[in-house]
Design a protein around this ligand. Structure first.
Ligand code: ASP
Length: 588
């Protein structure tokens, strides 16, 4: 080894020890008689001290060091005269007797410090330098811990990790596939997996019983903020189980991770139906760190000649506790906020409940008695603010869900160190695809599997597949933490006829279904066990545990919001020669 110790481990008890350290020059301070250099590695920072009077040669060398030089030093651990309580190695410093420059460095494009002066794009371009920063490194250490503890837990539960292929054929999981041309098979393409879904099901047919994999998945979706075209899942599947068994097993994983990685004991996960989640939170991934449930006001506000409410399909309220003090200016601003095109509300009605009574923005139509009814419906107390949106059902519920989250944020109810986890269950099996921009245009105007086509309908709802497909509920579930969908899965279809019926409902002809999924349906004829599973979005889980919004900071080499890797400059063109070999013509 080129070193005896790391830059993070020397303490007062090491005084007088001769050590050799390696690392990067964080910074140096030349105080005339004394020169100090902060030496950094993955483990910390150790101060090197050079005394001009004692060793002029060494001091001269130290003065030649620039930021990010890679050096090796040998010296004696000594006690510092002025200690630095903020640094674990702050009691000591190294009196250097030998110094070797292992490599020089040009000036980095941004400072390698917790608070850096580098903008996003620049840091992405020089990601390897960004990764030298504590913050980013710690995120990756957290990721490592989570992966390790996941493996520990699943291994103890008899799961085995099996790798599945990356060059496969299309599996529909609600996005477009990335495709890879095959040179050896003219005009044929592999698809990259949107998830290992069909493979893990086939492993169940093989009898593997409990499978998992921490695995890369690829989805060619329109990029929204904080989406990565390639991302990582903790992908799992189990045989001979019912929904309840899966929920318990993966609740166990979640609790294990919180305990081992964050030292937090989380309570048992409540279950909420999809219907209730939509009704009370306007959202299938409710942030349950705070209440502020949506209240249906349609029957409470009608018949007072207020056209906006009378004509609306849906009238929804929330009661923001302790927000009656909101000023006119704040309310105007909130009104503008809900009117933004993203939410598209036509306006915001409010009522302040104070000790003096209730005053609304539509007092012309609603007298004190009527407002009392509002208050009863919403459960408001003096000090609270009632906010109401009205309009079409879907739009209003969605807008109210957003407003609820916004008020939660404004009222400080969404502390990132406070975790609220739950299961959302009983999702609908299907949803009507009006024309989803993330799907091929040919799939518009037909039913689309809400989770994926391998999800089983609830047995009691199967009959509805013919009469009212939209009403069929699935044995599908999501795990939601702080309003983030962290994972989702389902009990699968394991019967050929039902699977083929499902493809029919999804608008596949028999031939199409056979061509695309024949391998799976055939496998079901060879003794497929009942099975089900789940996948966790691993990047998202990491960012949640790290208390951050963005998943990008938890991925070593992420892509930017346009799906580009700024560092290696990808995607990029390939040579005509390569194109020709792959039989590909390019189009303008
Ligand atoms: N393959 C699914 C997904 O990626 C997860 C599952 O059903 O297990 O969401």
């Amino acid at each position: 080894m080129l070193r005896t110790n790391t830059c993070g481990e020397l303490r007062i008890e090491h005084i007088n020890k001769t050590v050799t350290l390696c690392g990067w020059v964080q910074k140096s301070r030349d105080l005339g008689g004394m020169t100090f250099v902060d030496l950094r590695d993955r483990y910390g920072i150790t101060q090197l001290a050079f005394n001009m009077d004692e060793n002029k040669d060494m001091s001269d060398k130290a003065r030649q060091l620039s930021r990010e030089y890679v050096i090796q030093v040998t010296g004696t651990v000594i006690e510092r005269s002025s200690k630095n309580k903020n640094n674990p190695t702050g009691d000591i410093e190294i009196k250097v007797s030998e110094i070797k420059i292992l490599n020089t460095a040009i000036t980095p494009p941004f400072t390698i410090e917790d608070e850096t002066d580098g903008g996003d794009e620049l840091r992405m371009k020089y990601r390897y330098l960004d990764l030298r920063r504590n913050i980013v490194r710690k995120n990756l250490e957290l990721r490592h811990r989570l992966a390790l503890e996941t493996r520990n837990y699943l291994d103890k539960q008899n799961f085995i990790e099996v790798e599945t292929p990356v060059l496969i054929k299309s599996t529909p999981e609600g996005a477009r596939d990335f495709v890879v041309p095959s040179r050896m098979n003219k005009n044929q393409f592999y698809a990259l997996p949107q998830s290992p879904q069909t493979f893990k099901q086939l492993l169940m047919v093989s009898g593997f019983d409990r499978y998992y994999q921490i695995v890369k998945c690829f989805r060619d979706e329109d990029l929204r903020a904080d989406r990565q075209p390639e991302f990582t899942q903790i992908d799992c599947e189990m045989s001979f189980v019912e929904q309840e068994d899966i929920l318990n097993t993966f609740e166990g994983l979640t609790r294990h991770l919180f305990k081992m990685v964050k030292g937090i004991d989380i309570p048992a996960l409540p279950r909420m139906t999809y219907t209730d989640a939509m009704k009370y939170y306007g959202n299938d991934k409710p942030d349950t760190r705070f209440e502020m449930k949506l209240v249906d006001m349609k029957s409470v506000v009608g018949g007072k000649n207020f056209k906006v409410f009378d004509d609306a399909e849906t009238v929804l309220a929330i009661c923001a506790k302790g927000a009656a003090e909101y000023t006119r200016k704040q309310l105007d601003e909130l009104t503008e906020w809900v009117k933004r095109p993203q939410l598209g509300a036509t306006g915001l009605v409010y009522a302040r409940h104070t000790a003096e009574g209730i005053k609304s923005s539509v007092d012309k139509f609603y007298d004190a008695d009527a407002l009392k009814k509002w208050s009863e419906a919403c459960g408001s107390q003096p000090g609270d603010l009632i906010l109401i949106l009205a309009g079409g059902e879907d739009k209003t519920r969605k807008a109210m869900s957003e407003l609820r989250l916004e008020m939660g944020t404004r009222l400080g109810l969404r502390d990132k160190n406070n975790y609220s986890c739950l299961w959302v269950v009983d999702f609908p099996l299907l949803e009507w695809n009006e024309g989803d921009p993330n799907l091929l245009a040919s799939l518009a105007g037909r039913w689309h599997a809400k989770h994926h086509p391998f999800t089983s309908p609830k047995p009691e709802d199967i009959a509805l597949l013919d009469s009212d497909p939209g009403k069929v509920r699935a044995n599908a579930y999501d795990i939601v933490i702080n309003g983030v969908e962290v994972g989702g899965g389902s009990i699968r279809i394991f019967n050929k006829d039902l699977q083929s019926r499902m493809f029919e409902v999804l608008g596949f002809t028999k031939e199409e279904a056979q061509k695309q999924f024949g391998f799976l349906m055939n496998a079901f004829e060879f003794g497929a066990p009942p099975h089900g599973g789940i996948a966790f979005g691993f990047d998202r889980l990491c960012s949640l545990f790290g208390g951050a919004e963005s998943i990008r900071d938890f991925i070593a080499f992420p892509k930017n919001n346009s799906g580009r890797d700024m560092m290696i400059d990808s995607p990029s063109e390939i040579s005509d020669e390569q194109l020709k070999e792959l039989f590909i013509k390019t189009y303008q």
